[in-house]
Every structure is written in C-alpha cells, then in structure tokens.
Design a protein around this ligand. Sequence first.
Ligand code: NAP
Length: 322
Amino acid sequence: MAETIHSGMLILGSGPAGLTAAIYGARAGLSPVVIQGIEAGGQLMTTTDVENYPGFRDVIQGPWLMEEMQAQAEHVGARMVFDMIASVDFSQRPFRLIGDGGTIYTGNTVVIATGAQARWLGLESETRLRGQGVSACATCDGFFYRGKKVAVIGGGNTAVEEALYLTNHSQDVTLIHRRDSVRAEKILQNRLFAHPHIKVLWNKTVDHFIGGDGNSGLVGLDLRDTVTGEISRLDADGAFVAIGHAPATSLFRGQLALDSDGYLVVEPGTSRTAIPGVFACGDVTDKHYRQAVTAAGMGCMAALDAERYLAQARFDAAVAAE
Ligand code: NAP
C-alpha cells in the first residue's frame, strides 16, 4: 500500500523560493513538507561565487548557501523529502500529488517553487567552462569581469538587457546573435545600438568556447558565420549565454494558467494562482528578475499568502458551523 504524507503546506522545489516558504511556513505552524525534486537546492547548486545575496560581507558559494537555507528550514521544523512528483490533482481537497514511486502527498495548501532552468547551447566547451568564464547570469557574475572583455549570446530581451547591464563593468561588450535582427523590444534595441561600448556581431553562432592555459578561465570564442560558414575568433574573458529560460511547469499544464513562455500566472503582487490554496513563487513565475534574493522574497510571500488563506478558511468554517 502506497505511503501517504499529509501536510498543511506542500512545497514543490527546494531552491531559495521553496526553502524560504518552508522557513516561514514552519514558523507559522503549518508543518511544511518540501518535495525536493531532481535538482535539490535549485540553480545555486551549480553556481560558485555568490556576492549579491545580502548578509555576507565575503563571497560565499552557492551550494553552501543552499545547505544553510535547508538546515535553517529543517531547524524550524520543515520536513525534506526526495521525490519527483509525477502528477498533481488540484481539483480535490486536500490537494493531491503523486510521487513517481507511488507516494501520495496531500496538502491543505500547495506552494509551487519548481524554478526555471537557463537554456544552454549544448557545447562540450560550454559545460567545461561553466563558472569559469561561461555564465548564464550577467547580474550574478558580471561584476567579476570588471574592465575585461565580455560577450553575450542571444537576441531576446534578456540578452540585450544583459549586454546593457554589463556596460556597468566593461567597456568592451559584444552581442553575438545568430540572425541579422534581434527580437528584443524596440526600446531595448535603441539603447543597444546607441551604446558606445557594445558592438553587435550578426549571423554568428558559437562553435567553441576557448579555455586558457590548463583550461582555467575563458580567453575567447570561435564563431561561425551562419551565412558564409566562415570561422572567426573573438577574444573574451567572459561569455554570457542568454538564449532563454525554461520554467518547470509541464506538471501543471491544463490545471493552472501559463503565459505564452510557459511561466505560471499569479495575481500581480501576490503568489496566488487562480486556484485558491495553490501558490507559486520564484523563477517558475518570474521571467524578469530571476535572482536568489527575489525568489526568496517571493517564497516568503507565498507562505504568508498560504497562512492567510488557511486562517480565512478556518474562520469561514467556524461561521458556517454556528
Ligand atoms: P527569448 O525571447 O526566447 O530569446 C532567446 C534568444 O536566444 C533569441 O534571440 C533566440 O534567437 C536566441 N537563441 C535561442 N536558441 C539559440 C541557440 N541555440 N543559439 C543561438 N541563439 C539562440 O528569451 P529571453 O530573452 O530570455 O526572454 C524570455 C521571455 O522573457 C520573453 O517573453 C521576454 O520578452 C521576457 N523578458 C522580458 C524582459 C523585460 O520585459 N524587461 C526581460 C527579460 C525577459 P532567435 O531570435 O533567432 O530565435
């Protein structure tokens, strides 16, 4: 017989959003159960130096930060479970989730914090140099390239915003795009083309990221012209891959509203989805900020929204019983 685990607050995902929801939920007495998923700890587990999470004067490591967050959540009473959720049913109360090993999870509330993943080009050299010159987040890592040469790959809003952001640190920013026009909004395009420190290389794809001696750090990129096939080399100390993100929402398709990019839709300024009692927070619902600290803040909002929802439900039940 399958095991059943019940909680006042089921949390899907264990990045900064899920673990912050767990800390607040536990302290509110909701006995949260965090279902950690395949990438426990989320995107920070594959990040090295973190310098922009408040509270630490020295550089900290992403995996260490997540270990601390998890320990804090457990310390205040949250329970961690390793499982992959195979299906969710938000049509019945309590909500019902089934793990791929058959475990049944029921929750009076559900907080979805399944995150998003940066899309990568899929090159071997990209994987090898990730965190050593190749990054998917200029806001996180741009600072490390102060006064150096950097490249951004992509032609959407994110790529253009990242290129503009990088001019805070570098006077030599190159945007590399596979076509001859970008899809970013006009206002961003205007800023991009007017910027004296950004040049754009059109019709180019990355063939190879070139590591330095002993493969430490990046020294350049081999580019292929999509029209002529010609190979050229660009010197760069840092490369930012900005070709989009994939929010982890396939599980909720058909039950919750997704926007055109697949992100969960919440009532603006809250974590509330269209189903009362189901909340979403962090990168799974945010394509604009995508920071550990914003995800953590949204996790806090989700726990407070869940607590208020349960308090209201208790009040309504008491009134109905009178
Ligand atoms: P996106 O709009 O999907 O753009 C991805 C870019 O990467 C495209 O230019 C695409 O080229 C390129 N690309 C994709 N795969 C590639 C590959 N294998 N090799 C080379 N280039 C590749 O992604 P995004 O910029 O992250 O934006 C996602 C969503 O968030 C969008 O709706 C965007 O508007 C929104 N967003 C909004 C803001 C804002 O409002 N400030 C900020 C960031 C993001 P092609 O153009 O050739 O397809």
